[in-house]
Design a protein around this ligand. Structure first.
Ligand SMILES: [Zn+2]
Ligand SMILES: [Zn+2]
Length: 342
């Protein structure tokens, strides 16, 4: 194969991106080369852009939510065809540790992500393991296909919470993960999906994604509203998708007895204080959720009837990666998902 030239976006100092120009490397037998068509900015990219990501110090290439076409495959790859439209699960696992050997690759002791190894997807091309590549069905565009990664995150959260038919759930937060979690709770069978947030526009979008009730927590007391909606009982399951102490408390204090809170937010301030007696008096459960493990196929299948395009608020060409990043960082832009296209 002739050498292809690639641009890869890299955050080199806080708030600043530049392009690295380099040749696409030769593929190992089990790898595939993906021609990137759409790449979405993620909340974690914004932590990186601020220089505050705990496990991805600068400089680092960015982009891990993407779709594209198969441009080349290694000698041992049989499952992929050239030109196939695909998305990619961007984690890299060792396959050898105990967790991997038990199929629990999300707990791999050596887990990493393609972008941290220099294979960021804010690029023209990216080299990945063929086993991490999933075909996009016709109902997904490149743009919505790039959202399978955050949808897999929401899928993982909802599966961990074991949301069941007829349940009442509360989702705190109306960022992409909150909205997608609400959508997946409804599709998992929850009868009532209450979403709380502080923006009327986002709450209206939550209703379009599948929420049955929305609460503007900037105007009303969330605990009181939930008590009203549940006859004082509380919700079966709550999801914290913000990463703030006040939201953590809401997730705990709105639960019914024996209910489960699932914490998905990234906490910039690591300590929280909460009334620990509630664990005893209400026998509640608190668990975390992170990433995904066997969730991509479920997310892709469930995406068939999700209005994902409504989450895409901005699209930029790759040349304008800096503007794309500035837009995603600017609260006034009211962006949800910013997509970059090479
Ligand atoms: Zn992401
Ligand atoms: Zn492993």
């Amino acid at each position: 194969m002739e050498k292809l030239c690639n641009r890869v976006g890299e955050v080199y100092e806080p708030f600043k991106v530049r392009f690295l120009h380099r040749e696409v490397r030769d593929l190992a037998p089990d790898e595939a080369l993906i021609r990137v068509r759409a790449s979405a900015l993620c909340g974690s990219d914004l932590h990186i852009a601020r220089g505050l990501h705990p496990s991805a110090p600068l400089p680092v290439t960015i982009g891990h939510e993407f779709s594209g076409d198969v441009a080349a495959v290694g000698s041992e790859v049989r499952e992929l065809q050239l030109g196939q439209r695909v998305t990619v699960e961007p984690c890299i696992v060792c396959g050898q540790c105990e967790a991997c050997r038990q199929g629990q690759y999300g707990y791999c002791q050596n887990i990493s992500f393609t972008y941290r190894n220099g294979d960021g997807a804010m690029a023209d091309y990216v080299v990945v393991k063929a086993a991490n590549v999933y075909q996009l069905p016709d109902y997904l565009s490149y743009e919505t296909g790039a959202l399978m990664e955050p949808l897999a995150v929401a899928t993982h959260a909802v599966r961990r919470a074991q949301v069941a038919l007829g349940e009442t759930v509360l989702v705190i937060g109306t960022g992409a993960i909150g909205l997608l979690t609400a959508a997946m709770c409804r599709r998992a069978g929850a009868a009532r999906v209450i979403v709380s947030g502080r923006s009327q526009g986002r709450l209206a979008l939550a209703l379009e994604m599948g929420a049955t009730h929305v609460i503007d927590s900037s105007r009303t007391d969330l605990e009181q509203e939930v008590a009203k909606l549940t006859g004082g009982k509380g919700v079966d399951k709550s999801f914290e998708c913000v990463g703030k102490e006040s939201c953590f408390l809401q997730a705990i204090l709105t639960l019914r007895r024996d209910g489960t809170a699932t914490i998905a937010g990234i906490y910039e301030s690591p300590q929280v204080t909460f009334p620990v007696g509630r664990l005893v008096t209400h026998e509640i459960h608190i668990q975390g959720t992170q990433g995904y493990c066997w969730d991509f196929p479920i997310a892709i299948a469930a995406a068939r009837d999700l209005p994902l395009e409504k989450l895409i608020t901005h699209v930029f060409p790759l040349d304008q990666l800096q503007q794309a990043l500035d837009t995603a960082l600017d609260r006034k832009s009211n962006s949800i998902k910013v997509i970059v296209k090479p």
